[in-house]
Design a protein around this ligand. Structure first.
Ligand SMILES: [Zn+2]
Length: 465
C-alpha cells in the first residue's frame, strides 16, 4: 500500500468514481492526463452493523477508512515532518485552502508541481473550500449568492471567494480530494430562514463547482450536505445533492461545540443513513476521539480536526482513559510513558515525568512536538483499531472495551448510549445500571470534557493551527 519513494514515480491517478461531467481546458493539458477507462470504485472491505471498513483509491494513495485526517494549515502538520506523518501511518492529510492561498499562493504551489511535490508528501491530500475559514475567522465575511466577500487580513482590501474561484484554487493546489464551497451556518444559529436559504444556495453552488472543476479525472470533488439541525432541510440537501456527480459527501456545521450531543449524533445518523452507501461519508471538523468512535459506529468514514494537534501544544495528551494534562504536578514523578499501550516513538522513549518537566520549564515548543507526535499516533491507532475490529466482526466488543476504559464507573453520557443504540451496538456490561438518563440538552463539549481525565482546551474551528 505504500507509495513509491519518489513522487515522480507515482502510479497513474485513479478516481473513486467516474465523473459525470466533461473535462474543460481551463487547466494546462500537461496537468490533465485522462484515464483510459473508468476507475475502480471504493471497495467496502467489511460491514458490521452500520460501521464500515473500506479502501478508497485516491490518485496518490489507497486510504483506509474509518480515517482521521490531521490538519496541516500551510501544508504539513505543525511540528512534524512529512516523513514522520508516513511513519505514523497517516493516509490523508488536510490542507487549508484559505491559508495556502494567502501564503504561499496556489499559483506558486502549481508552479512547484502541486501541493504533494511542494511539501514532499506522497500520500493522499484533501483541501477544504476556504469558505469555513473565512466565515469562522474573519469578522467581516459576508455571504451573498455570488460568494463569500471578506476583507483581506493582509491589506484590508475587499475580496470575493466564489465557488468558481475556490475550485480554481483547489485545482491549482492539486489535492486528491477537493471540497465544494458551501454556505456555512453554524448549527447553533437560531434563524430558520437563514438555514433554508443556505441549504438551497449550497445546492446551487455545487452545480457551479462541478461546472468549474477543470481536473475531474485527477481530483475527487466532494459535495456538502447542509440543513443545520432541521431533518427536513438535511433530507432535501441529501436528495438534491445525490443527483449531482459528486465523488463523496461531507457535512459540517456540527462539532462546533455549541450544539447538544443529542443533536450532534442525530445529524450524523440521519446523514449516514440517507446518503448513498457507495460513496465516502466525511464528517468535517470532528476530532474528539469519542466523537470519532460514535460517528464511525453510525457509518461515517472520514474525519478531520485540529483538536489532537492543537491540544498537544498545550501539553494535553490523548490516552484511552481520556486526556492527560501534562502541566499537572501529579505527573512530576510519574515515570510511565504517556500511554503504556502505545507503541509510538515518544511512548517508547520518554516518561510523563520528563515531559511534565519540559512543559513546566516553559519549553512548551519542545514538548509540543513530542505530544503532537503521540496524539497523531493515538488517532491513527484508534481508527486502525476500529477498522480491524470491523473486518474481524468484533466491532461491538471493541466499542464496549473502549467505553469501559474511558468510563470505568459506567457513566457513559446519554447521547453516546442513544447513538450506540441507533448503531445497534449493545452496551451491556458497560453502562451503570442505576444511571439516570441526562437531559438531551447536555452540551457536546461538556459531554466530551466529562469523558476526559482532565479538562482539555475547547475545540477550535479547523483553522487556527
Ligand atoms: Zn504514544
Amino acid at each position: 500500500m505504500r507509495s513509491p519513494a519518489s513522487p515522480h514515480a507515482r502510479q497513474p491517478p485513479l478516481l473513486l468514481f467516474p465523473p459525470t461531467h466533461t473535462h474543460s481546458s481551463l487547466f494546462p493539458a500537461s496537468h490533465s492526463p485522462l484515464l483510459p477507462s473508468p476507475p475502480p470504485p471504493r471497495q467496502v472491505v467489511a460491514v458490521q452493523g452500520r460501521a464500515r471498513s473500506s479502501r478508497m483509491t485516491l490518485p496518490h494513495f489507497t486510504a483506509h477508512t474509518p480515517m482521521f485526517m490531521s490538519v496541516g494549515t500551510q501544508g504539513s502538520v505543525k511540528g512534524l515532518t512529512t516523513q514522520q506523518l508516513e511513519e505514523l501511518d497517516c493516509h490523508v492529510i488536510l490542507g487549508n485552502t484559505y491559508h495556502l492561498q494567502n501564503r504561499p499562493g496556489s499559483e506558486l504551489v502549481a508552479e512547484m508541481g502541486g501541493l504533494h511535490d511542494f511539501i514532499n508528501w506522497p500520500r493522499g491530500m484533501l483541501t477544504d473550500s476556504g469558505g469555513f475559514q473565512m466565515v469562522s475567522l474573519l469578522h467581516l465575511a459576508e455571504i451573498t449568492e455570488q460568494g463569500v466577500t471578506f476583507q483581506s487580513p493582509v491589506d484590508g482590501s475587499t475580496l470575493l471567494l466564489t465557488p468558481e474561484e475556490s475550485i480554481a484554487i483547489q485545482n491549482r493546489l492539486g489535492a486528491d480530494i477537493i471540497m465544494a464551497l458551501d454556505d456555512v451556518v453554524p448549527t447553533t444559529a437560531n434563524d430558520p430562514a437563514r438555514f433554508e436559504e443556505a441549504t438551497h444556495r449550497t445546492t446551487r453552488w455545487i452545480d457551479r463547482c462541478l461546472a468549474a472543476h477543470s481536473r475531474p479525472h485527477e481530483q475527487n470533488l466532494f459535495g456538502i450536505v447542509q440543513g443545520g439541525l432541521d431533518p427536513r432541510l438535511r433530507e432535501i440537501s441529501m436528495q438534491v445533492g445525490s443527483k449531482r456527480g459528486r465523488s463523496g459527501v461531507g457535512w459540517g456545521g456540527v462539532g462546533w461545540g455549541g450544539e447538544s450531543g443529542d443533536d450532534f449524533w442525530r445529524v450524523v445518523s440521519q446523514c449516514t443513513a440517507g446518503l448513498p452507501a457507495g460513496k465516502p461519508r466525511y464528517v468535517m471538523g470532528i476530532g474528539y476521539p469519542l466523537d470519532i468512535v460514535v460517528c464511525s459506529a453510525l457509518g461515517a468514514d472520514m474525519f478531520d480536526s485540529v483538536y489532537p494537534t492543537r491540544t498537544a501544544r498545550f501539553g494535553v495528551t490523548l490516552v484511552p482513559e481520556g486526556t492527560l494534562k501534562l502541566k499537572n504536578s501529579i505527573y512530576a514523578r510519574d515515570f510511565r510513558p504517556l500511554d503504556p499501550g502505545c507503541s509510538c516513538m515518544v511512548c517508547q522513549r520518554y516518561s510523563r515525568a520528563y515531559l511534565h518537566n519540559v512543559v513546566t520549564r516553559g519549553a512548551i515548543s519542545s514538548a509540543a512536538i513530542l505530544v503532537t507526535y503521540h496524539n497523531v499516533a493515538y488517532t491513527q491507532s484508534l481508527t486502525r483499531g476500529m477498522r480491524q475490529a470491523i473486518e474481524e466482526q468484533r466491532f461491538p466488543e471493541w466499542v464496549r472495551n473502549y467505553l469501559k476504559t474511558m468510563f470505568p464507573k459506567g457513566d457513559v453520557p446519554g447521547w453516546v448510549r442513544d447513538a450506540m443504540a441507533a448503531a445497534d451496538v449493545s452496551l451491556e456490561g458497560v453502562v451503570a445500571e442505576d444511571l439516570p438518563s441526562p437531559p438531551p440538552s447536555t452540551a457536546l463539549a461538556a459531554a466530551a470534557a466529562a469523558a476526559t481525565a482532565a479538562a482539555a482546551p475547547s475545540p477550535a474551528p479547523p483553522a487556527e493551527q
